[in-house]
Design a protein around this ligand. Structure first.
Ligand code: SF4
Length: 373
């Protein structure tokens, strides 16, 4: 079989103030042991699923660019001896400005990495400091240059909005600065304030305050038009790309494709099973695939509506009918018709408009009402 591959590399220089991901500061000394564990896990999953080829691969984290060039080469050569990337497969590595060197990027190029995702987050020094990022915007600019010099042309940058004290103007300043870099893709995410993070505590104690709902709404609306004017089309709630540069790997997640996640805390969806791995120490002791759930037809139906309404192209109605039947299709369209300000049917697709995408979570529950697989 073939699938998309995700490899989690959980090492970071320091934890950012808002970070709730499974990532660790000060544990880079375990990287060699970790790579051995990932390669062992890959062999087990290959035997289990008969996985031979990769539609895409994504090395995320954490900060994958903290690995040395030789560690990254050992990892990718080990994986390529097990799985063959399809011709032209998108292979992405996450990089953080201030935590990457030329040698690492050369190793990426040699491993046929053809896309880099760069965590920039904001243009303004004060916001980067508030987030606990270890870099400046100038570091990000220099990193984009280094990536280009290494011969990798497809670069995506992340930006965040709804940050404490952030104004609409500051968000647009960030997006404008990113659009001027030679990049192809921008992910623009809302801050999710997670409990157990330093930023959460500062907001809870009243030391920082988040922008109000109306400001956040204005940020989203303005970001869509601002990026569109610069050639970046919105194709998913949080993602914008120049034509032809939509992320193929992430699109596999949103459209229900099989994907194998390797490494601590990685999630997988393979042949109707969802499973995940434990945190670092347990993972290094040899435990993986510890939480397994079978996704039944109702689960697939709900995930289809939940994930495909994130895409601006929406749900493909003929495929939905083939998978879940005519009665469910009729019910879905009846539900959507109750929300004409938020939904639209165009050709073979049911999609949420810009207003609908703002309330996607709530709307999905309404769209699923009365559907049963
Ligand atoms: S770099 Fe990313 S993964 Fe690492 S601490 Fe910061 S937000 Fe978390």
């Amino acid at each position: 079989m073939k699938a998309a591959l995700y490899v989690h590399l959980p090492f970071c220089v320091k934890k950012c103030e808002y970070c709730d991901f499974v990532s660790y500061a000060g544990k880079l000394g375990k990287a060699d042991e970790y790579i051995d564990a990932v390669l062992n896990e890959a062999k087990t999953r290959k035997a289990e699923y008969g996985l031979t080829s990769l539609t895409s691969a994504y090395f995320g984290g954490g900060t994958p660019s903290l690995l040395s060039a030789s560690q990254f080469t050992r990892l990718t050569e080990g994986l390529c001896s097990l799985f063959r990337p399809e011709e032209g497969a998108e292979i992405t590595v996450e990089v953080n400005p201030g935590a990457v060197c030329r040698e690492f990027l050369a190793a990426c190029k040699a491993a046929k990495v053809n896309r880099v995702s760069l965590g920039v987050q904001a243009y303004q020094e004060k916001l980067l400091r508030l987030l606990g990022r270890i870099h400046t915007f100038e570091d990000a600019e220099r990193t984009v240059e280094l990536i280009g010099e290494a011969g990798i042309e497809n670069v995506s940058c992340d930006a965040m909005f709804a940050l404490p004290g952030q104004t609409v103007g500051e968000l647009l300043e960030t997006l404008g600065a990113l659009a001027e870099l030679n990049i192809k893709h921008i992910s623009c995410y809302s801050l999710i304030l997670e409990e157990n993070t330093p930023l959460y505590r500062k907001v809870a104690e009243g030391r920082l305050s988040l922008p109000d709902e109306e400001t956040c709404r204005e940020m989203q609306l303005k970001a869509v038009g601002f990026l569109q004017d610069r050639g970046f089309e919105r194709y998913e709630i949080s993602n914008y790309a120049l034509k032809g540069f939509e992320s193929k790997h992430n699109t596999a997640y949103w459209t229900g494709g099989d994907y194998l996640g390797l490494g601590c805390a990685a999630h997988s969806y393979m042949k109707g099973e969802r499973f995940s791995n434990p945190p670092l120490d347990e993972y290094l002791s040899g435990k993986n695939k510890t939480d397994v759930q079978t996704v039944d037809a109702q689960g697939r139906l709900e995930e289809t509506v939940l994930l495909q309404t994130r895409l601006t192209r929406g749900i493909e109605l003929s495929a939905f009918q083939r998978a879940f039947g005519s009665a469910n299709l009729r019910q879905l369209l009846r539900n959507a018709a109750k929300y004409p300000d938020y939904t639209e049917v165009s050709g073979d697709c049911l999609r949420l408009n810009t207003e609908g995408l703002m309330v996607q979570n709530a709307l999905v529950l309404e769209l699923l009402s009365g559907l049963s697989a």
